[in-house]
Design a protein around this ligand. Structure first.
Ligand code: FES
Length: 103
């Protein structure tokens, strides 16, 4: 599917002056976010280190898939008491998100 045929979704950040980033629906955050456009830091980008830990503050204009077992395993270690925690490197932008970087 080409970028032109997909709707766009936005990721915005609380506690950061950086403007939202708009991407075609379904893009992986780890492929597009870096220190120039996001407060989220990445390490492994494969769901192991927990550096990209975020809290989902709002989901709109779509549905965010639940974490897969491998992501849940890491979340149980790095954010056991936060049901809104996710690993940014494991997320596809299937909805517009407002997030807070916790890493
Ligand atoms: S960057 Fe390592 S878990 Fe996301």
């Amino acid at each position: 599917m080409s970028n032109q045929s997909r709707p766009f979704k936005e990721i915005s950040y609380s506690q950061s002056p950086l403007p939202p980033v708009t991407l075609p629906e379904g893009e992986w955050l780890a492929d597009h976010l870096d220190v120039g456009n996001s407060p989220i830091l990445f390490g492994c980008r494969t769901g192991i280190c927990g550096t990209c830990l975020i809290e989902i503050e709002d989901v709109s204009d779509g549905h965010l898939a639940d974490p897969l077992p491998d992501e849940l395993e890491v979340l149980d270690i790095v954010a056991p008491a936060n049901p809104r925690a996710r690993l940014a490197c494991q997320l596809q932008l299937t909805a517009s998100l407002k997030v807070k970087y916790l890493g």
